[in-house]
Design a protein around this ligand. Sequence first.
Ligand code: B12
Ligand code: SF4
Length: 494
Amino acid sequence: MRDPPALPGPTANAPPERHRALLIQPFYRKDPNASFGKHVLTPSLALTSIAAATPPHWRIELWDENLLQGPPPADPIPQVVGISVHLTFARRAYELAAWYRARGARVILGGLHVLSCPDEARPHADALAIGEGVQTWPEILADVERGCLQAEYRGSFTTPHYAQDPAPARHLLPRRSFLTTSSLIATRGCHNRCGFCYLATDGLRVPYQMRSPAQIAAEFAADDQPYGVFTDNNLGSNRAFLHELCAALQPLQKIWSAAVTIDVTDDPASVRAMALAGCTGVFIGFESLHGPNLTAARKKTPAPDDYARRVGILHRHGIQVNGSFVFGFDGDDPDVFERTVRWIERVRLECATFHILTPYPGTPMFRELERQGRILHRDWDRYDTAHVVFAPARMSAERLQQGYEWCYDTLFSLGSIWRRRPTDRGAVPAYLAMSLLYKKANWLWPWLIRHRLVGPAWRPLVELSRRRHLRFRAALAASGPAGARAATVVSAGV
Ligand code: B12
Ligand code: SF4
């Protein structure tokens, strides 16, 4: 989980095969403090979305190096290789690019890091795809065919065509390699613009846009998986849309999870609609329990001292909460770690993820810390929210690193897993099984991944959760709007 596969040395390759394209998700180093299972829950939609826009006379293949299947395909060498680049795997993306270019392929780099650092990426590619890729990918392939590939293509997130984008080509994914292949996306953008979020990148305009609920439900139905994960930044930004989407999802009898902001609980009717539509888990960026940190980050959010009550609303609707917390804000002192973990246990968050504050290049936060001389280095490999890359204000970098690791150690301990068990006794066995597989099995994950056993390992637990959920929601529907009971249905929302 630490090193990418070695790329084979020089070979006498035949010339690249025309009309063949390969899309690659490069390898990145996994944080041993967190679960290795996190990386095979659900695939990113970047490559499947672009693949869906490929003209039919091209053969297209996907390759995710994180699935540990060895070096990427090279026989035959494809005419075009598209690589997705985030800052944490930029170095690997450039290595792959050089390797394929040396063998005659035309290499296209796209993704978030190309958008924020095009000058860095440019020398490594035959062409850059900056921004939205579904629009530009067919144009790039057409230019390759005509022999007039440009150096740069720009796709905009503001065009009104989003709702007409083709469904991601999920059939190209290896189905057994993920907990679910049903990564879904219904919206893009977010009503917030937190200073540390990639959405705040200079020059990036991502207005909130929505796709058709019926189309999303049809995609989910077609993928034949019991569980789906919405990869939207914030599925709850537009309440009316959320209600429409839930109405479309409800008949599927499937379960799903999504990222939302905690203000979704302003309207308990939305939470109820989500529960009745199959939502069993939400991922919430609480970020911090210290209000001034949130104000400084420009996050519009209810006050942290109201978080616990709001988590209760979700729990009463059978929705598990995976909370995300960021450490290293200027208001954080060394007590922040213990305070946060104890709060998580008191409120019984079923899961939490921790992040060391990471200023992404191109964001206001990066600029400000750079101006203050607090950026420690530009080794993007370590900009993975698991390493300290700037000088914190109220503790040393070492203390921040230690505190982060202590939080994961504590939260993944058997004692903490037990303390956070659901109050509904019937839900405890599945909760424990899922927690142990997710949090205590880093020794097993590489083997499961290599042997494509991730899907089969999760499937019985996911199916159990789906059935429990269907019983729960039948009772919820029968009990009327005021009837959400304090039962927690264990879901796959680990
Ligand atoms: C699913 C997901 C994951 C999955 C899968 C990740 C993976 N294999 O890439 C898991 C859970 C494993 C994961 C883990 C992490 N993730 Co993540 N993840 C996401 C999430 C929610 C959805 C990605 C997605 O499907 N987007 C939808 C697609 C369609 O959009 P897109 O990726 O931007 O692609 C479009 C364009 O960029 C372009 N494009 C992209 N690639 C290419 C390539 C070519 C050739 C072309 C032409 C175009 C092109 O075209 C696409 C269509 O328009 C995003 C948030 C988000 N909503 O994007 C965060 C996000 C990508 N993750 C993020 C982070 C920080 C992480 C972690 C580091 C967190 C952690 N500490 O664990 C880890 C480590 C992963 C890593 N090193 O990359 C950040 C990245 C920030 C940044 N500036 O780099 C994001 C943006 C979340 C956030 N709000 O901060 N993640
Ligand atoms: S609420 Fe989340 S997705 Fe929205 S801007 Fe803030 S960090 Fe980004």
